[in-house]
Write a protein that binds this ligand. Structure first.
Ligand SMILES: C[S@@+](CC[C@H](N)C(=O)[O-])C[C@H]1O[C@@H](n2cnc3c(N)ncnc32)[C@H](O)[C@@H]1O
Length: 285
């Protein structure tokens, strides 16, 4: 039986839960290591504890239930408004996915489960001996999986949120990839300038940030090798070419030709708009 049906049946039994709200219950929840994160409509918020109580009765494997009222926002792309409802109240977890361990505090750091395919695909692209720059590394979402292939010589992983950076450093140790990943703390444009001064050039650059980090394209191009790959993320229509066209216009101005290696729709962002990833081949003119 589906979650919504199960929770409806359970709450119907409770006299103090208004029947008019039953249809507003969520269809599902996010789960991280047996911790459920519920997103409730405003009308249901005053009943959050009651919903959590019924939920753990029907789902005994859950260790804790949290309630999320905000979105992922701000310059650090952090989750907003997480409140503990039931069970164990520690929010630091180690999540294992595709054999990679990610340690983080889910009240402070985002982890988009929907990006699992991206985290799996990117490492499969890497060739032996590559130098990679991950411009928006977070806790190592992409860097860790790429490093675990042992193919790159070096990955420079840049992150400017002190909390995410601290988890990035811990995750590098946890996954035993210290010899491959060099974490760099600060704004990616400044860190790229330093890499450039040190004559570092990359075969592949990951630009994993939403909305699309257009203003960082010239920085990325300033350190890409004559034939390189830039993995560019953004939000656009399902069949749109807007992101690629905008990227290409800037790249052309900077003296590069561009072509698409692959474009993927990762997930729906909001009606008619999608989170898209484009692997762009760039070649010096
Ligand atoms: C949350 S990650 C996105 C990860 C990945 N796209 C995903 O969804 O799994 C983006 C990270 O970029 C960082 N960031 C944003 N702007 C930055 C900048 N100018 N320099 C360095 N890091 C930056 C944020 O702090 C955040 O941790």
């Amino acid at each position: 039986m589906k979650f919504k049906e199960m929770i409806k049946i359970e709450l119907k039994k409770k006299e103090d839960f208004p029947e008019t709200l039953l249809n507003l219950l969520p269809r599902g929840y996010q789960e991280l290591n047996h911790i459920a994160i519920l997103n409730l409509k405003p009308e249901l918020r005053e009943y959050a504890s009651q919903i959590a109580k019924s939920m753990h009765e029907i789902l005994p494997s859950l260790k804790a239930i949290w309630h999320k009222t905000g979105k992922i926002e701000g310059k650090y792309r952090q989750p907003q408004g997480l409140a503990h409802l039931w069970g164990d109240n520690s929010s630091e977890i180690i999540l294992t996915e595709n054999h990679v361990k990610y340690k983080f505090d889910f009240t402070k750091i985002m982890f988009a489960k929907g990006n699992v395919t991206e985290r799996r695909i990117l490492p499969t692209r890497i060739k032996e001996g590559e130098v990679i720059i991950d411009m928006f590394a977070g806790i190592g979402y992409f860097s860790l999986g790429m490093a675990r292939t042992k193919k790159p010589i070096k990955i420079y992983s840049i992150e400017w949120n002190p909390e995410a950076y601290s988890y990035l450093c811990e995750n590098i140790k946890l996954n035993k990839v210290d010899s491959i990943i060099k974490p760099l703390f600060g704004d990616c444009k400044e860190k790229i300038m330093e890499l450039k001064e040190n004559k570092i050039r990359a075969d592949r650059i990951i630009m994993g940030l939403l909305p699309a980090p257009v203003d960082a394209i010239p920085s990325a191009l300033s350190v890409i090798k004559d034939n390189g790959v830039i993995v560019y993320e953004g939000i656009e229509g399902k069949e749109s070419t807007e992101l690629f066209d905008e990227f290409s216009e800037i790249a052309n101005r900077e003296g590069f030709l561009t072509s698409i290696f692959e474009r993927r729709v990762v997930k729906i962002y909001k009606p008619h708009l999608y989170h898209v990833v484009i692997e762009i081949l760039v070649k010096k003119k």
